[in-house]
Design a protein around this ligand. Structure first.
Ligand SMILES: Nc1ncnc2c1ncn2[C@@H]1O[C@H](COP(=O)(O)OP(=O)(O)O)[C@@H](O)[C@H]1O
Ligand SMILES: [Mg+2]
Length: 556
């Protein structure tokens, strides 16, 4: 798989997974955008729009009277007619008449035309004359004046030519009467008839356009609700866009298969993140909730390691990872408990001398530890802490409430006299289900990098190897410092821990390269930060005994 294609989403489930992973981004954007829209709306100065309706009579009076069809009205298209009328209403001559009539200071023809509009009503021979203003009363008044001036303007336009014709007719009539022609003569009578017809038409045309009602005003700004809704829609678009952008620039590895192919190692287990209550209290799930689904993942890891070990027989095993905080210490401590509970003799050694942690999981002092033994400030047996693991939850010390499955062995204070005694403690005592022997880090050396190369450490590991079935070593990350590389020469097996959605792709490749150089056997890798497999839980519960049965059998 190439780097580019490794994390590319391919189907709907992948896209949904991205949205789920980036829910936070989307949620934040979805809150911010509508909120900004509302704030923006509240800051806007209100704007009002006054609208007056003008009735425009479409019937062609001239044609009706003269019985001559006007070619311009053939087809009688109402839309075209009203569009023409609204164009007339936008004439600058009319606008300047409105400005004069209104007498509003600062109002110019340009401003009026910019702040107003004339539109044709959809289903009636009506024009809507609208004027916007930040003042409600001004909006109404200007719309009224505009509508009124429009009717006057329209009348003037329509009757202008008729008036011209009438003037000419009257001059001719005057000339005839001056010439002494009798009004009864046919030509005189015809002229008189024309004149009276034209007067009628003129009067009719003058009433062709009428203001229908007084203007009413509505608030057109701010449209808070609409803006909030648009903000919300925009928020979805931006949020989803940002989610995908974040995904695209995120170089962390999110696909298990990519890790498997990069490391070229078998997957030993998928371990989910410990529940928050355990993380906060630095508790191990194998101790606190030994019957949980999470604990089952560690038992699975144990089984896989033992299975792999049938061939390689690596008894000194180290965990490492590319970077810190991938879950090495948590994993190896839980694994040690799982192995001890299965009756194996287990030594757990903390050789992460820069960030030792195992002592905290077991609430023990870190000193004396492995460094003190190496420096001969302490004996190995004195530094080893046997920890008794009990499966009997009801036997618990009340101070270790909340489901602890362990308690320090009664022997942990009185030091065991021989390592054999430590090992024997796992047998014979009915309330102890195995003993785990912890060797904490001890006094922090100033030169941790040099220290892990000390021959004394190799000797301790070898000595423990003689006495235990498993020696598990917690080590620092492989990439940051040389410690882990040095340590790898002193163990037989390595388990790589890689946390999903945490380690960057390029570092994963580096890890693979470093592991290649380690001589020890690479047993496989553990995927931390994994999700519990769907169906896994069901399967487990289906086959697992009921709670009551478990209590009866004290299944760890
Ligand atoms: N399986 C896991 N998946 C995800 N996070 C984990 C897992 N195990 C431990 N963590 C968390 O990772 C952090 C580092 O754990 P730790 O075991 O100290 O890692 P490391 O030893 O690699 O530095 C802790 O906050 C721990 O709760
Ligand atoms: Mg650690």
């Amino acid at each position: 798989m190439t780097e580019a294609s490794a994390n590319r989403p391919t189907g709907l489930p992948d896209f949904l997974a991205i949205l789920r992973r980036r829910t936070w981004i989307i949620a934040v954007v979805l809150v911010v955008t509508p909120l900004s829209a509302v704030v923006f709306s509240k800051l806007q100065q209100p704007l009002y729009q006054g609208t007056a309706k003008v009735l425009v009579n479409r019937a062609n009076i001239v044609s009706a009277i003269t019985n001559v069809t006007d070619p311009s009205t053939v087809g009688n298209d109402p839309t075209r007619f009203l569009t023409t009328q609204s164009d007339i209403a936008r004439s600058p001559t009319l606008a300047s008449r409105v400005v004069d009539a209104a007498g509003v200071p600062g109002l110019t023809v340009e401003k009026l035309l910019a702040d107003s509009k004339v539109t044709a009503a959809a289903n009636a021979d009506l024009l809507n004359v609208s004027v916007s203003s930040t003042n409600r009363r001004d909006a109404i008044r200007l719309a009224d004046i505009y509508a009124q001036e429009f009717t006057t303007f329209k009348t003037d336009l329509d009757t202008a030519r008729i008036n011209d014709a009438l003037v000419t007719l009257r001059q001719r009539i005057k000339a005839l009467s001056a010439a002494g022609v009798s009004p009864a003569s046919p030509s005189y009578a015809t002229l008189l008839q024309y004149a009276s017809q034209l007067e009628t038409v003129g009067k009719l045309l003058a009433n062709n356009t009428q203001v229908l009602n007084r203007a009413v005003a509505e608030q057109t700004r701010p449209r808070t609700k609409r803006n909030a809704l648009l903000g919300g829609l925009l928020g979805i678009v931006i949020g989803v866009g940002l989610a995908f952008l974040a995904e695209a620039i995120d170089r962390r590895v999110r696909v298990e298969k990519e890790i498997e192919e990069s490391l070229d190692l078998p997957l030993l287990a998928r371990i989910p993140r410990p529940p928050r209550r355990l993380r906060n209290a630095d508790q191990l799930v194998m101790l606190a909730e030994p019957t949980s689904v999470e604990s089952e993942t560690f038992r699975k890891l144990r089984t896989h390691i033992e299975f792999v070990n049938l061939e390689s027989d690596a008894r000194t095993i180290m965990v490492t990872s590319a970077v810190g905080r991938e879950g090495k210490s948590t994993t190896i401590a839980n694994l040690a408990i799982a192995l001890a509970r299965a009756g194996r003799r287990v030594a757990l050694v903390d050789l992460d001398l820069r960030r030792p942690f195992l002592d905290k999981f077991f609430r023990l002092e870190s000193v004396p530890g492995v460094t003190d033994v190496v420096l001969k400030h302490s004996k190995l047996l004195d530094a080893m802490r046997p920890i008794g693991l009990t499966g009997r939850v009801r036997d618990l010390d009340p101070s270790l409430k909340r489901g602890f499955g362990w308690r320090p062995s009664s022997r942990s204070n009185s030091r065991p006299t021989s390592s054999r005694a430590v090992m024997q403690s796992s047998n014979g005592r009915s309330d102890i289900e195995g003993v785990l022997n912890l060797l904490p880090a001890g006094t922090m050396p100033s030169d941790a990098g040099e220290f892990v190369g000390n021959a004394g450490i190799a000797a301790i590991i070898e000595e423990l190897r003689q006495q235990f079935d498993y020696v598990l070593v917690d080590a620092p990350p492989l990439l940051a410092v040389g410690d882990a590389m040095t340590l790898s020469a002193q163990v037989e097996g390595i388990i790589a821990v890689t946390r999903l959605r945490f380690v960057q792709r390029q570092l994963l490749h580096e890890l693979a390269r470093h592991l290649e150089m380690c001589r020890a056997e690479k047993l496989g890798f553990v995927l931390t930060g994994a999700e519990l497999e769907e169906g896994y839980g069901y399967g487990y519960y289906d086959y697992a005994p009921s709670k009551a049965e478990r209590a009866e059998q004290q299944i760890p």
